[in-house]
Design a protein around this ligand. Structure first.
Ligand code: MV4
Length: 472
């Protein structure tokens, strides 16, 4: 077992990793900015240290983190997600300093981080990829020739991109003319290299990803899929597992493909293989994420497997303690990302002090969060306050339990996405499992809702009126 783990992250994922270490009796070191000094995850760690005065830079400072790890006698680092989690230089720096990086090798991170290279690798392994090219484009002329061969609509993608970054949809040759140079310059600015490639645009796909676990002895399994189609501008909002769209045969074929894709880079530890699934139920490899994901919780709920503890065990050289046949999917789970954003104002992030915080509970309800009454939501970190993860024995039960949990969830002082999700839980298309990546834009107009004054608001309003009246 590791002597001590440094958690190179903040917020809810830092707390999640600290909890897993506590259960494994591994002492932890938290790092924090000045703004994060008084937070839950820092309080729960065995040790903590200032990684930098500013809000973000310290969490990205590879050599500062390595130095702190060495000072504190740390023998492993967990990167979480975001920040340095998919930075091959950070994984390399750990390897070079004799510190175990709790994640894949730097080579696997680098390989899957180059989307063109990843497409070449997985196609050779027989995994279906989105029709398109497997080399970067050198000129608009070449792009036009390729696009006319593939057929519009096409998608321009930055090879170093990922998530929703470096994507351009072109429905006509004019679109391509207008956006090609911009796409190259954006890629150069954002990722340091302007390699872009072209794919056929898959209309109205579902975004379905498979969780992979692989140990250092060649054992590799998948833990089923997560349907992440409910996104807004490439920001996932609600994720569900298993996907209501997959049947057992499609699930088997996609799971086998996910494992084959991971094997192309000799993958070890936890990772996620993303696919697009079109309305004909054809699936295509999109990309592989070499980190634990925000939405890993719904996979944990339907399999009973603690993914973060498995990451630590694999990094320590343990063999997987289960085979594919022993992994059972039980029930269904939904994760709602509770963000400090105003759904009625273009989801703009909101900041301020949380004046009331009551999280839901009961059978099958889980909260992963790092906020509380009195917490001041800053503007410089991502807007996620907490993750509500709900399990149910059936799809209908998990939807109604999620609706009940959202009704119970009270956060005051900042606008949040809670009222928006409450509408989605009542939406007939969502309840029937009928949603793809266009769900929000197609259904959101129908989801306009009035700010519901709930009972607690009513109490505050009446109490305020009585107080004001009694002082007249
Ligand atoms: C696509 C696509 C359709 N066709 N590629 C790439 C990054 C991932 N997070 C989203 N990506 C997509 N790539 C081709 N060839 C659809 C998506 C996609 C998406 C695109 C636009 C708006 C929302 C989306 C949500 C999920 C997937």
């Amino acid at each position: 077992m590791f002597k001590k783990v440094l958690v190179a992250n903040r917020g809810e994922i830092a707390l999640r990793i600290i909890r897993a270490c506590k259960e494994l009796n591994i002492p932890t070191v938290a790092i924090h900015s000045e703004a994060d000094a008084i937070t839950l995850y820092v309080k729960k760690a065995d040790e903590s240290c200032l990684v930098g005065p500013g809000p973000v830079a310290g969490y990205l400072n590879i050599y500062r983190i390595i130095d702190l790890a060495k000072q504190r006698g740390v023998d492993a680092i967990h990167p979480g997600y975001g920040f340095l989690a998919e930075n091959p230089e950070f994984a390399e720096a750990c390897e070079e300093n004799g510190i175990t990086f709790i994640g894949p090798s730097s080579g696997a991170i680098r390989g899957m981080g180059d989307k063109i290279f990843a497409r070449q690798l997985v196609r050779k392994a027989g995994v279906p990829i989105v029709p398109g090219i497997e080399h970067s484009i050198s000129s608009l002329k070449e792009a036009e020739e390729i696009a006319s061969e593939i057929g519009y609509p096409i998608m321009l993608k930055a090879s170093a991109g990922g998530g929703g970054r470096g994507l351009r949809l072109c429905r006509t040759p004019e679109d391509l003319k207008r956006t090609f140079e911009m796409a190259c310059s954006e890629a150069r600015k954002a990722f340091g290299k302007d390699d872009v490639y072209i794919e056929k645009y898959i209309e109205s796909p579902r975004h379905i990803e498979f969780q992979i676990l692989a140990d250092k002895y060649g054992n590799i399994v998948h833990l089923g899929e997560r349907d992440c189609s409910i996104q807004r501008r490439h920001q996932k909002l609600i994720e569900v597992a298993p996907s209501p769209f997959l049947d057992p045969d499609l699930r088997k074929r996609m799971g086998d493909a996910a494992i084959a894709a991971a094997k192309t880079v000799g993958y070890t530890n936890a990772g996620t293989v993303e696919f697009l699934v079109d309305k004909n139920r054809d699936f295509y490899f999109l990309e592989m994420n070499t980190r634990v994901q925000v939405e890993h919780t719904i996979t944990e709920e339907i399999t009973g497997i603690d993914i973060v503890k498995e990451m630590i065990r694999i990094a320590e050289g343990e063999k997987l303690s289960f085979t594919q046949e022993e992994i059972e999917i039980s029930g269904a789970a939904i994760e709602c990302r509770i963000n400090a954003e105003d759904p009625r104002n273009n989801f703009l992030p909101t900041t301020g002090r949380i004046t009331a915080y009551y999280s839901p509970g009961g059978f099958g309800v889980r909260i992963d969060g790092n906020v509380y009454r009195g917490y001041v939501v800053p503007s410089y970190y991502d807007s996620m306050l907490a993750k509500l993860t709900v399990w149910g024995r059936t799809w209908d039960e998990v939807v109604s339990r999620t609706a009940r949990s959202l009704d119970e969830f009270v956060i005051r002082g900042v606008k949040t996405t809670i009222p928006f999700y409450r509408q989605i839980m009542r939406d007939e298309y969502f309840r029937r499992g009928e949603f793809n990546t266009h769900y929000i834009e197609e259904r959101f107009d129908d989801l306009i809702y009035e700010d519901e004054m709930d009972r607690l608001d009513m109490v505050f309003a009446i109490a305020t009126a009585i107080t004001a009246h009694s002082y007249r």
